[in-house]
Design a protein around this ligand. Sequence first.
Ligand code: C5P
Length: 236
Amino acid sequence: MAELIVALDVSSTAEVVRAVDRLGDTVSFYKIGLELFSAEGPDVVRAVKGRGKKVFLDLKLHDIPRTVERAVKAGAALGVDLMTLHAAGGKAMVFAAKDAALACGAGAPKLLAVTMLTSLDASDLADLGVTRNMTAQVEALGRLACMNGADGIVCSPKEVARMRTVLGPGALLVTPGVRPAGAAVGDQKRVATPAQAVWDGSTHLVVGRPILEAADPCAAARAIAEEMTLASAVTP
Ligand code: C5P
């Protein structure tokens, strides 16, 4: 059963606490990103974990293996459930991160690789000296990460079906860019409905504004969760 993760794209712990308390039992998993973590530090993670929720800490780690290993251990000590790292950090970095997670035992964070940022295009690839096209590069980085210990990847709804085939049935596929039918798309360019993302093989859907900016955030989250449950029960 795919899980809904609400992106806490707010700027203070006070706003986080308001949002999490307002959503109550409807949502059990939250994403904390670089901006919020840089502003508020580990206390914001503690605030969410302290409310009995799961945390996806999206810091996109990319550094030498020892530094990433220690960052994963720090995340594990906070009780973080999911963490991101750049596949471009290479085999040794991903392997060191996995080693650190394994050393933390059963509750250790699962590791998600970021392949190519969706803000990059073909001309950026050329600037970076990458001669493969974007699709091949995403597949190669996803494979590299998962063969060296990553539990899955972050990918757009348009990549999910293909990456499920490439990475096999066990990989976590975490998908932002999800919009309920009829919802404002905003700055997201490659969107899918919650049902389509589930059908294509997403294990976790990350949704921010369609929930946090809704007139009734609880109702918006419940509607998405129900659509996910229904989609899991039927085939398109
Ligand atoms: O508000 P919205 O539902 O668009 O939020 C999606 C979340 O997923 C945001 O936190 C955004 O930074 C993140 N994200 C994304 N696209 C990516 C990677 C992450 O929208 N390629």
